[in-house]
Design a protein around this ligand. Structure first.
Ligand SMILES: Cc1cc2nc3c(=O)[nH]c(=O)nc-3n(C[C@H](O)[C@H](O)[C@H](O)COP(=O)(O)OP(=O)(O)OC[C@H]3O[C@@H](n4cnc5c(N)ncnc54)[C@H](O)[C@@H]3O)c2cc1C
Length: 396
């Protein structure tokens, strides 16, 4: 969405393909209504949150996912982005090493979409993989993945009565244990956040060991397991009575929250060392990233020795534009959690406060490349950065 709106604002003709029935990915279908590090250099994020505040009285960093669905659709329409929901990428067609068509399947059948430049923002790196770009996934040494999480929204709670558990993951975990259900979120406790309109976001499950990014059977099993656990938790809490007497399940996520997909190979790779050293880059697509290296436990009982340091602070580092440029496929950019990085670095840059400015930069670069007949890696960083500033200033 960020890439599409920015590319359109930069003058490109843009088509956005989305598998779900709404825009927003993890914010909406994934029911993660919480933006980590939202207040970063990003004109688009500012635009989204100004509208969310004006139209829906939202307060950063939390929001009602239903509201953001509506705002994103409005913003895409206003920018002239032609988007098609319920449409899944199924194949890619190449010509002379260059990606030429993205092939999708939907109610309209099989369709091929020609383009001068493509941006993979599938999170899982589906387009890059289909086009034959190299990628890594999982922890290099052990082959283990971070768990997925299926989240839910609940309501029926009295804010004064539950003030002691909201935003306190250990207090919430204790409540659940008291109700007889130890959440699979394990070492991370259990999170209950207020997102507005009487709705609370519950994140208390981990689905360990499922390969959800390229295996529909495992994705289904993880989803069913997560949904059942959420229902069990809500039911058990209601059974406690007292402050939980009226708790109801409002919705479980359509899209299982997948932390680990493909990390597509790019012209540069963000590494753990970059995070630890606070490396600056000559082409900062995003500068000064400070979110910690947050590798969720790969097993219920924690991480093996190789992945032990799951929570480590970072020094402010940059995400280079080259990490958004596919290494093996000309005319392909990427943004969000599928950019080029190692297992540990991904644990930091993957959060949505950085996915949005990555998308903005990729969108501007794609528009420039399409207009000038170049492939993205031929553009100078100065040209991209100047154009991004113009686009940002045109849309304060
Ligand atoms: C459980 C969980 C909790 C998290 N908690 C937070 C949090 O509290 N705050 C925060 O800021 N970050 C959080 N993160 C991290 C962050 O949300 C993700 O890394 C974020 O999803 C990155 O955005 P994205 O756009 O790359 O991917 P996504 O949000 O997953 O978006 C990918 C989009 O591509 C679409 N798509 C995928 N494949 C196809 C296909 N083949 N064809 C068509 N469309 C396709 C999807 O439907 C989706 O709309 C969390 C992540 C998870 C998994």
């Amino acid at each position: 969405m960020a890439a599409a709106i920015s590319a359109a604002r930069a003058g490109a003709s843009v088509r956005l393909i989305e598998a779900n029935g709404c825009l927003g990915g993890i914010w909406t279908a994934g029911l993660v209504p919480y933006i980590i590090h939202a207040k970063r250099e990003s004109c688009l994020m500012d635009d989204i949150w100004r509208r969310m505040a004006e139209q829906h009285d939202s307060r950063l960093p939390f929001f009602n996912p239903e509201d953001v669905k509506f705002v994103l659709e409005q913003m895409c329409e206003e920018a002239g982005v032609s988007f098609q929901l319920h449409t899944r990428l199924a194949a890619a067609a190449m010509e002379n090493g260059r990606l030429r068509y993205a092939v999708t399947e939907s109610k309209s059948g099989r369709q091929a979409w020609g383009g001068k430049v493509f941006i993979d923002t599938t999170g899982d790196g589906d387009l890059g993989a289909l086009a034959g770009n190299g990628y890594d996934s999982a922890h290099e040494g052990t082959g283990l993945f971070q768990p997925s999480s299926l989240n839910c929204l609940v309501a029926g709670l009295d804010s004064a009565e539950i003030a002691d558990v909201v935003n306190d993951r250990w207090a919430m975990r204790k409540e659940l244990e008291g109700a007889g259900v130890a959440p699979s979120y394990g070492l991370l406790g259990a999170s209950l956040f207020y997102v507005g309109a009487g709705l609370y976001f519950l994140q208390a499950t981990h689905q360990y060991g499922y390969r959800v990014f390229d295996n529909a059977r495992e994705q289904t099993r993880a989803t069913v397991k997560g949904r059942a656990e959420n229902h069990r938790m809500v039911c058990a809490l209601r059974g406690l009575g007292g402050k939980w007497r009226n708790i109801v399940m409002v919705a479980t996520a359509e899209q299982i929250g997948n932390r680990e997909g493909r990390r597509l190979h790019g012209l540069a790779t963000v590494t753990r060392n970059d995070l630890m050293k606070g490396r600056k880059q000559p082409d900062p697509a995003v500068s000064g990233v400070t979110y910690l290296m947050n590798v969720h436990p790969v097993k219920l009982k924690g991480n093996p020795a190789e992945i032990r340091k799951m929570l480590a602070p970072v020094k402010p580092y940059d995400i280079p534009f080259r990490a958004l440029v596919a290494k093996d496929v000309a005319s392909l950019l990427m943004a969000g959690r599928c950019i080029s990085g190692d297992f540990f670095a991904h644990g930091s840059y993957r959060v949505t406060g950085y996915a949005v400015p990555m998308g903005e930069t990729a969108g501007v670069a794609a528009a420039l490349a399409a207009r000038t007949g170049h492939v993205p890696h031929e553009l100078s960083w100065e040209t991209i950065s100047d154009r991004r500033r113009e686009v940002r200033e045109g849309h304060p």
